[in-house]
Design a protein around this ligand. Sequence first.
Ligand code: GDP
Ligand code: MG
Length: 440
Amino acid sequence: NLSQRLGAVVKNLRGQGRLTESNIQDALREVRVALLEADVALPVVRDFIARVKERALGQDVLSSLTPGQMLIGIVQKELAALMGEQAAPLSFAAQPPVVYLMAGLQGAGKTTSSGKLVRMIRAQGKKKVLLVSCDVYRPAAIEQLKTVAAQAEADFFPSSPDQKPLDIALAALDYARRHFFDVLIVDTAGRLHVDEAMMQEIRELHAALKPVETLFVVDAMQGQDAVNTAKAFGDALPLTGIILTKLDGDARGGAALSVRQITGKPIKFVGVGEKLSGIEVFHPERMASRILGMGDVLSLIEEAQKGVDQAEAIKVAKKLKTGKGFDLDDFKSQIQQMQKMGGLGGLIDKLPGMGQLKAGDLAQGEKQMRRIEGIINSMTPKERQQPEIIKASRKRRIAAGAGVQVQDVNRLLTQFEQMQKMMKTFSKGGMAKMMRGMKG
Ligand code: GDP
Ligand code: MG
C-alpha cells in the first residue's frame, strides 16, 4: 500500500520547508509504482506524474506535514480532479421513451448493468422501463436479459436470434412509444475483441435510436486492456458515460483513471457485485483514495487533527463514554465534526475494510445529516438540552423553522433516543475509543 511504502521515503524528509525536485523524487517514484500496480495505463501515469510535479514544486510544506505527506495530498486531489466531477445523473432529456444504449465487449457486464440501471432509473422517479436485447449471436444472451428484466421488475421486449439487431431495436422503440414507456434500455452484443463488424453494428443502432445515453460498459479487471477498448468505443460512438463493472473484484480501480482519461467521458456508475443491487454512483475522491491505497486509519487521524475541534471532541467523547448528559447540541456537534472530516463517505473510506459501503446509502446519510442539523438549529437551547419537553406545538414550530415536516422532527427525536441507547453499547469500546483516538 502506497502510504506504507511512502512511510520510509517520507521519514528522511522531515523538516524541509519546500517541495523540491530532490525531496519529492523518491516519493514520486513510489506514486508511479502505485499507479502502475493499480493498473493505470502507462501514458496516463506519465502525464499524471508530470502534472503533479509541476503542481508540487515550490509549494510550501505545511508545518504539521512532511513533504511526502504534502505530496500525497496533492496526488490525491489531482487524481480526483482527473477523474472528473461527480457525473451527472442519467438523462431523461428527450421525448419519451428516452433510449439508453449499452455498448462494450462481451462479458463486460452490459446485460447485468442493464438490469442494474433499472434500479438507478427508479431512484430518480417513477418510470416505466422496457428492456430489449439485440444480442442475436448468442441465444442465451436474450434469455439472460429476460431473467434480468424479471428480477428488476421491468418489462421485457422479446427478440430472437434470427432477427437483425436493427429491426429488433426499431420494433422495441415503436412498442415503447405506443405503450408510453419512459425509458428503453437497448442491450447489445459484444465481441471478445474490438472488431469492425461490431463497431459498425453499434454505430447503426446509435444512428437509428438516437439514444440520450450511450453507456460504455467496461470491466475494471481488464486493467490495461480497458484502455484500448475504451479508445475504440470512444472513437466509434459519442459516448455519454461509462459504467465501470466488477470493481468488487481485486481491481484496484486504476482502469477508472485510464478509461476516463482516454474517452474524456464521465464514469457514471460502478458495478460492485453480480446481483442487481451491485451498482453505485461513482465518486472521484473515493476512487482516488482507493487507487492510492489510502484507506488507513493514519489518514483518518491526520484529517481528524486538521478538522476537528479537539476540545470539543474530548468533551463529546467523555459524554459518549458515560452516556450521561449527551444532548441534542452534542448530537449536532458530532454531525458537524463528521462533515469536517469529509462527511460520512470520507470517514468511512478511511476505516479499513469499510470502503465498500453503498454509495447510495452514503449520499442519503449525508443529506439526512444536513437535515438533522437544520432541525436542531431551529430548537431553543432548552429544547436541545431536554428534548423530552418537545411536544406537539413545539414540534410544529421547529418544523416550520427548519422547513421540514413534523414527522421529520419526530424522526430526529426517535433517532436521538436510539443514539442515546446505542451509546451504552459504544461506551464499551467502539465509538468512544475512536473519539479518544482523535485526540492524536
Ligand atoms: P455482457 O456480455 O456484457 O452482457 O456481460 P454480462 O452482463 O453477461 O456479465 C458477464 C459476467 O460478469 C456475468 O457473470 C455477470 O454476473 C458478471 N458481472 C457483471 N457485472 C459485475 C459486477 O459488477 N461485479 C461482478 N462481480 N460480476 C459482474
Ligand atoms: Mg450480454
